[in-house]
Design a protein around this ligand. Structure first.
Ligand code: ZN
Length: 354
């Protein structure tokens, strides 16, 4: 199988104008998802057989077991109530805008029927961003914890935690190009029992882990890491600013807090904070992508291999503030076999791309 790099203007749109011209109808979107899901042709999800017939209702019939499958069945777009044209535009805004998009702004710009619908679309897109088995951070990695979350003005005393969540931050340091990738995860507390699994889950053994002198990191050497322990006392003795012991993770922590307060107006509850952290890390880790369209491509590529996410899974405790979603007014055009298709550049090269 040839492994090609996806190309702008061929495998993914370069601009909003190109997005509109490629994906004017749900049929265009389905065709693109079809190509992303089965780049080498239909493979039956029931029995694994390669090969089948397109049926009149737009599905595939497996030539071995006879089961029928639609392109979106078993993917993130399974049983969707929002047209794919709206989904694609939402995904484009989510992926191509520097700071992503809030549910309110998505609802307004796409004229989506209800806020919960827009909110759930973005959460479904966020849910595909963490692939199991993805690579851990390597080389030299700064690790620290920070509190993120809503201020509780009623609480007394500077140490009152309120609804803030403790978040572990890990960031690769590059010798030549500054910072590499980051990972963030909510921690139960700052004990070794929480911090050691955070390190082992996100950092490849063999890496040098830079931490402060906190005792929760004691013992990570035994897990296969070289610990570079930065002591505040030693920094003070050298006349350095002890607050700048771990400048990289502090930079990431301040960026993510600013993003939550800016783009999302601080309206992020604790139950969903992890998915926002994943979104931030996904975009941060692709900040040098030549094209924002490539990020759009990656998100859709993950979405067609991701299991469906039901609304109930998104709002499982705590209870949602908003009412259950209602289907938005139908937008776009219904798929039709008679509908003339726009040029489909991705079909001109049907080889799998990675
Ligand atoms: Zn089959």
């Amino acid at each position: 199988m040839g492994v090609l790099q996806p190309q702008a203007g061929l495998h993914y749109p370069r601009s909003t104008g190109e997005l509109r011209s490629w994906f004017g109808t749900d049929a265009d979107c389905l065709d693109y998802l079809d190509w992303l899901r089965w780049p080498g042709g239909f493979v039956c999800p029931r029995c694994g057989h390669s090969g089948g017939w397109a049926t009149a209702d737009g599905r595939y019939k497996c030539e071995a077991c006879g089961s029928r499958t639609s392109v979106t069945a078993g993917t993130l777009f399974d049983r969707r109530r929002t047209p794919l044209t709206v989904w694609f535009t939402a995904c484009w805004m989510f992926a191509s805008q520097k700071d992503g998009v809030s549910a309110l702004s998505l609802q307004r710009s796409l004229d989506i029927g209800s806020y919960p619908t827009a909110w759930a679309m973005l959460h479904r897109l966020r849910s595909v961003l963490v692939r199991p088995g993805r690579d851990r951070l390597t080389g030299t990695v700064e690790v620290d914890e920070t509190y993120i979350g809503g201020d509780e003005p009623g609480l007394r005393g500077g140490r009152a935690k309120g609804k803030k969540s403790l978040v572990g931050v890990a960031l690769e340091l590059k010798e030549t190009r500054g910072y590499g990738r980051c990972r963030m995860a909510i921690l139960a507390d700052a004990s070794a029992a929480s911090l050691h699994p955070f390190v082992t889950e996100h950092v490849e053994p063999g890496a040098t882990v830079i931490t402060d002198a906190w005792q929760g990191y004691t013992g990570i050497e035994k897990l296969g890491y070289t610990r570079d322990r930065r002591s505040q006392r030693a920094a003070r003795a050298r006349g350095e600013d002890p607050g700048e012991l771990l400048p990289g993770v502090h930079r990431v922590a301040s960026l993510v807090k600013r993003w939550l307060l800016g783009t999302h107006q601080g309206s992020v509850d604790e139950a969903h904070l992890q998915s926002y952290l994943n979104e931030f890390a996904f975009r941060f880790n692709r900040r040098r992508s030549r094209s924002r369209g490539l990020v759009f491509y990656r998100v859709l590529e993950l979405a067609v291999t991701h299991d469906p996410v039901r609304y109930g899974e998104l709002v499982l405790n705590p209870q949602p503030k908003a009412a259950p979603p209602t289907p938005p007014a139908r937008r776009g055009h219904p798929p039709s076999l008679e509908q003339p298709r726009a040029a489909r550049p991705w079909r001109s090269d049907t080889g799998p791309v990675r």
